[in-house]
Ligand binder design. Structure first.
Ligand code: PMP
Length: 609
């Protein structure tokens, strides 16, 4: 069709926000999860990728994969051109003054570590101070702690109030002539707070202190202009802005970057190398040792193109309406409490269920059964959870492709979960006066495992297995409150877990234990561990291959024995207790042996006389 001047799109108009087309662009949104259409609300952890980004990455490998820089061959030149074009896109995206100020890293974490190591090595000394805030992600805490430990410097923390807002008066008081850097998050991933970073930077600059902004949660939700903010460093990750994993960005003011030493040595960051002396490349290569994630950078460039086409202003407006609507819907569910009520928020709602008390973990697992993907736990912000006195939250986080209809569905399912839990509120168990430890489930852990594997083999799907785990949890022998002490608390679990073990009376090497958790799922896992371990000899406990057992149960995919869900922490505690009993038994045996040796041998002659 021939375009008339009227039908031709006018360049100065913002692009239209067409939610249907946006959703079509993300192929993953067409899949189902546990038999339901996927509702993806874990965008603060990572965002989904549009088809265009996926294709650009494939095309890179199909058509011009080669190593960048230093190349006379055509493919190498094409790859370099694409890589540097991606850098230019990031520069425009952040409105940086020069492409030299854009350093590609593995992600926000590596960007912050780069500053901590390089800036820190050059400018931080014993007695100096680094200021961060109470709402930082661990990746903006730990690198500074490491630096402070190395240098004998101190970490100072800006407190937050009950709403999850930084206390700016306190911030000002923390700044002293010893403050060498302020490093704060732009948007909190656990509370959704948008921090007044421009003001924070102005206050620090008035005292000559540079500021790093962790923008991991900001760049996909709002326009960021590093020159307007006047920040000295800005860090973000490609995967949280619709790009691939493995690529991220550190923006740094050229003047500062020039004064900083390189932090990793290797190829591509040098001007010349002799055994006597190496000189370094110009910016930004000085900070990009080794072959970078070339396809990742090209993919990030494509993601930025996509975001710009949709329009950050459009995305921000859409996400604001999602946030408002979801806040209203969740607040209307009795028993649900939102954590983080800052006046300026974006894209994140953290909540807990107080009444009936329902662990975030259970909420997350139950929503997953309905195809709703959220995140639960401390969200790598343990100090935030400690500030609110909670072990973790359930968190929904939005992206441009989420819809009001999805939120309505989530609210309905959540209300149902809360209602059901209220109906089934666990009656306070009748705790008997004397401790009742469960009888051994089988003669050995191996036999117990075989019986459990047989039971689970009948259950084909995860929802069926999940129901079985809950059923086990319902029959868990009660644990008296006086055993729920700090010493019996198992750290590293998303929920609150206690394990109290003893050597079975009348034996020297049999361990038995009681345990409990505030999460139904974890109570079920405890029941499984109890069936396998409790009442068993410590040598059998220690030789039992628990990882293989969980894999055979078919739960390893849902409950990794790895760091996060605490199953590993529980197993570790039980094994430690078993070792303790084994050690006591060994010492007792040695004592007896010594006693026998010291006892004067009965004289035969005496016996005869
Ligand atoms: N900062 C914040 C605020 C984050 O949310 C995250 C990721 N959750 C990071 C830093 C670290 O990002 P990455 O793991 O991609 O390096």
């Amino acid at each position: 069709m021939k375009q008339t001047p009227e039908s031709r799109p006018r360049a100065h108009l913002p692009p239209l926000f067409d939610l249907v087309r946006i959703r079509e662009a993300f192929p993953i949104l067409r899949r189902t999860v546990n038999g339901h259409p996927l509702i993806y609300l874990d965008n603060a952890a990572t965002t989904q990728k549009p088809q265009g980004v996926i294709e650009v990455i494939s095309r890179f490998y199909e058509q011009y994969n080669a190593n960048i820089h230093r190349s006379v061959n055509l493919l190498g030149q094409l790859a370099t051109q694409e890589f540097e074009e991606a850098r230019a896109k990031v520069q425009r995206f952040l409105n940086a003054a020069s492409a030299k100020e854009i350093i590609f890293t593995r992600g926000a974490t590596e960007a912050i570590n780069l500053v901590a190591q390089s800036f820190g090595r050059a400018f931080v000394q014993a007695g100096d101070e680094i200021v961060i805030s109470h709402m930082e992600h661990h990746s903006n805490i730990v690198p500074w702690q490491m630096l402070c430990e190395e240098k004998g410097a101190k970490l100072r923390v800006i407190p937050i109030d009950e709403n999850g807002e930084l206390l700016l008066e306190e911030y000002e008081k923390l700044l002293t002539p010893r403050t060498k850097l302020v490093s704060v998050v732009h948007v909190s991933n656990s509370l959704g707070t948008i921090n007044p970073v421009k003001e924070i930077i102005r206050i620090a600059h008035a005292r000559g202190i540079p500021v790093l902004v962790d923008g991991a949660q900001a760049v996909s939700h709002m326009r960021v202009d590093v020159q307007d903010l006047d920040c000295d460093f800005y860090a973000f990750s490609g995967h949280k802005v619709y790009g691939p994993t493995g690529i991220g960005v550190l923006y740094g003011k050229e003047e500062l970057l020039r004064k900083m030493p390189p932090w990793q040595g290797g190829g591509d960051m040098i001007a010349s190398v002799t055994f006597a002396k190496t000189t370094y490349a110009d910016l930004p290569n000085k900070f990009e040792a080794g072959t970078p994630d070339i396809a990742g950078a090209v993919g990030l460039g494509a993601a930025i193109d996509y975001v710009e086409r949709v329009g950050l202003e459009n995305i921000a407006a859409h996400e604001e309406s999602l946030l408002q609507h979801a806040t209203r819907r969740l607040q209307a569910i009795p028993g649900v409490r939102i954590i983080g009520k800052a006046a300026r928020k974006t894209a994140v709602i953290s909540f807990v269920v107080d009444d009936p008390p329902l662990s975030a973990l259970d909420v997350g697992v139950k929503l997953d059964l309905h195809g709703i993907e959220i995140r639960t736990g401390h969200h790598c912000c343990q100090p935030v959870m400690d500030r609110y006195g909670i072990p973790g939250t359930a968190r929904i986080s939005f992206a441009m492709y989420n819809t009001i209809a999805e939120i309505d569905y989530v609210a309905e399912v959540l209300a149902k979960i809360v209602n059901e839990a209220a109906g089934k509120a666990r009656p306070t168990p009748q705790v008997p006066r004397e401790l009742i430890f469960p009888k051994p489930f089988a003669p050995s852990p191996a036999v117990a495992a075989a019986k459990l594997i047989e039971t689970f083999d009948f259950l084909e799907t995860w929802p069926e297995r999940y129901q079985m785990i809950l059923e086990f949890g319902r029959k868990l022998p009660p644990m008296p409150d006086e055993l729920k002490t700090e010493a019996n608390r198992v750290r590293g679990c998303q929920s609150t877990v206690h394990i109290a073990a003893r050597k079975r009376p009348g034996t020297s090497d049999v361990l038995e234990f009681l345990a409990d958790s505030d999460a139904d799922l974890v109570r079920g896992l405890i029941a499984i561990l109890q069936k396998v371990y409790s009442g068993q000899r410590v040598s059998d406990i220690l030789s039992f291959d628990v990882e293989n057992f969980f894999a055979r149960l078919g739960l390893d995919k849902h409950l990794t024995l790895g760091r996060r869900n605490g199953l590993a922490a529980m197993v570790q505690r039980i094994r430690d207790l078993a070792r303790q009993i084994a050690e006591e038994a060994r010492q007792e045996e040695e004592r007896l042996k010594e006693e026998t040796q010291q006892r004067p041998a009965k004289s035969v002659s005496a016996g005869v006389s």
